[in-house]
Design a protein around this ligand. Structure first.
Ligand code: ADP
Length: 549
């Protein structure tokens, strides 16, 4: 069938049409609407024929899964999971790209009281082993065409496909300890990048996720007509934000496979073929398109909004994106995995010439950002930096099996420690503006000491990108062989401009910054390396510099 509102050819999944969401016998009892699956499948009851997931992995092959079809898949997978007899609260590693079936699989985990641990198929074996050793899952679940092999013999293994689950190896029987799923139970565990030490498993309860989704939806970022392109891998909770935003709004999610996100022509082709109206991702997803495919990007006339999260958007690239998409709303979403995210702030259009940093606004309704100075006192005055502490119903429960790290991140409310309320110590620095809005100033751990002077690396990066011809920059304090640190910067030139010259860049910085903040070394790079989640890979840059690469 061809969708009536679209010029694109569609095929549907061909699943049995269901107009109501039936509950399998294993469905947990509980207050309706309070679990992840209830919340995200509400549209299946109201608009069963509306598109829930739109996929286009190849040119000319766009597949739509309606809400009814998604709900039928969830039913089928939940029956399969329920039949395995795994105890409530057990972990299921869900290794997949974001697809309609993967969305159904994670909702089926929620439906059967199991905690899913999203992992991307590209995850290196060593990292997967570390996640398996930490999370001790009962089951590994991948798509029928998933290629992961040689999983530990004690782990159950199954695959999800068009007709349900196939079990390759049944999970070991457990004596059930929990019988009644609670909304405080973990809905999922997302493992952080682990750039600083071993990966930490961020445990999010159903209650926290729904509190976040509800807070996010008050910002009216999406309508039921939207098609929201999600460019983050499933293991990055940004994808869960996108799924929640789309399904929670009765809109469609458009997962863009990671191998296509990296190639600007492929990315833009998917966005065009699926009629995406909103594109959500880290800033780096735009870098290559801005540089090599500006005309194709500007031709996306159905695109109404762009939401970015995860790191600062280099201002030269943001201005260019505004020029190419002159009517699109651009939203700066700030936050960490420990609360999924926290704030949503529109980028002003036009961006004033003298703007130095973007506002991250205020926390979503029902939550509050507090700024706390180095002495532990709450900062109230505008312009005074402090570390963001988040008071919110959407906070994570803790790091899986890591009480020490949990204690360091969930700390007593600095305004009322007596209450027993925990707040999230984010490790992010900000200042407050005149109207109560916040400006992100970098991470506490990106403040370094150069010759005894405190240097905020983000400030150096911002100055470098003000140089005409610089599109993006990263600054690092790298150890010198004889001891001490040296400020080194990596700069990406803008498209069609004369590449900046290192000497001129240094002079430009020296005009505005104290000498200890002027990078001693500046390297020009075609592109900044990125992590699996698409953020600038500072560790890779530091490694390359150490090797003299
Ligand atoms: P990881 O620690 O693996 O990068 P997170 O996604 O939890 O995973 O990272 C959260 C951090 O990313 C925040 O604490 C903040 O430092 C940074 N961040 C997130 N969103 C923004 C934003 N819009 N602007 C600037 N920094 C951001």
């Amino acid at each position: 069938p061809t969708a009536p509102d679209s010029p694109f050819p569609y095929t549907t999944r061909g699943l049995p049409h269901v107009s109501t969401v039936s509950q399998p016998p294993s469905a947990p009892a509980g207050p309706a609407g309070e679990f992840l699956h209830d919340f995200l499948l509400a549209a299946a009851r109201h608009t069963p024929d509306a598109p829930a997931v739109i996929e286009s992995d190849r040119p000319g092959a766009t597949t739509v899964t309606s809400y009814a079809e998604l709900a039928a898949l969830v039913d089928a997978y939940a029956h399969g999971l329920g039949a395995l007899g795994i105890e409530t609260g057990a972990r299921v590693v869900l290794e997949s790209d974001t697809t309609a079936r993967a969305v159904a699989a994670l909702l089926a985990c929620s439906r059967t009281g199991l905690t899913f641990v999203p992992v991307s198929p590209e995850t290196p074996r060593r990292r997967l082993e570390s996640i398996l050793a930490t999370a001790r899952p009962a089951l590994h679940l991948q798509a029928v065409d998933g290629t992961r092999t040689n999983l530990p013999p004690a782990l159950g293994t199954a695959r999800f496909g068009p007709d349900g689950l196939t079990v390759d190896r049944a999970p070991a029987p457990h004596r059930p300890r929990r019988r009644v799923p609670c909304v405080t139970d973990p809905a999922y565990i997302v493992f952080t990048s682990g750039t600083t030490g071993r990966p930490k498993g961020v445990v999010m309860s159903h209650r926290a996720v729904l509190a976040f989704y509800r807070g996010m939806l008050t910002h009216r970022i999406a309508t039921p007509e939207d098609r929201i392109a999600s460019t983050s891998p499933l293991q990055f909770d940004f994808s869960l934000l996108n799924i929640g935003l789309a399904l929670g709004s009765g809109a469609a999610v458009v997962p863009v496979p990671p191998h296509l996100v990296r190639w600007p022509r492929h990315l833009l082709r998917v966005l065009r073929d699926t009629g995406a109206t909103q594109v959500n991702g880290v800033p780096s997803i735009w870098r290559q398109s801005l540089r090599y495919e500006p005309e194709r990007l500007a031709a996306l006339d159905r695109l109404r909004s762009v939401l970015f999260c995860g790191e600062e958007f280099p201002l030269p690239e943001l201005r260019r994106l505004q020029e190419l998409l002159p009517t699109a709303r651009i939203i700066n979403c700030y936050g960490a995995t420990e609360s999924m995210a926290c704030s949503f702030e529109d980028v002003p259009r036009p961006l004033p010439d003298d703007v130095e940093r973007l506002s991250i606004g205020v926390a979503h309704p029902g939550a509050e950002m507090l700024l706390v100075d180095a002495s532990g006192a709450v900062v109230d005055r505008p312009g005074v930096p402090g570390e963001i502490h988040l008071r919110s119903p959407a906070l994570f429960s803790g790091y899986w099996d890591d009480p020490e790290a949990t204690r360091a991140a969930l700390v007593p409310d600095p305004l009322c420690p007596e209450s027993g309320q925990a707040v999230l110590r984010t490790g992010d620095l900000a200042v407050r503006g005149e109207h109560g809005e916040h400006y992100f100033c970098g991470r506490t751990d990106s403040q370094v000491q150069i010759n005894g002077n405190r240097v905020e690396l983000a400030e150096v990066e911002r100055k470098l990108t003000e140089f005409p011809g610089a599109a993006a920059a990263t600054a690092l304090a790298l150890p010198l062989p004889g001891g001490g640190l040296e400020l080194t910067a990596f700069v990406v030139p803008g498209a069609g401009r004369t590449p900046p010259d290192a000497g001129a860049l240094r002079e430009f910085c020296a005009e505005a910054l104290p000498p200890y903040m002027v990078p001693q070394q500046i390297q020009l790079l075609d592109a900044l390396p990125v992590t699996a989640n698409g953020k600038v890979d500072r560790a890779a840059l530091a490694d390359a510099a150490a090797r003299g690469a």
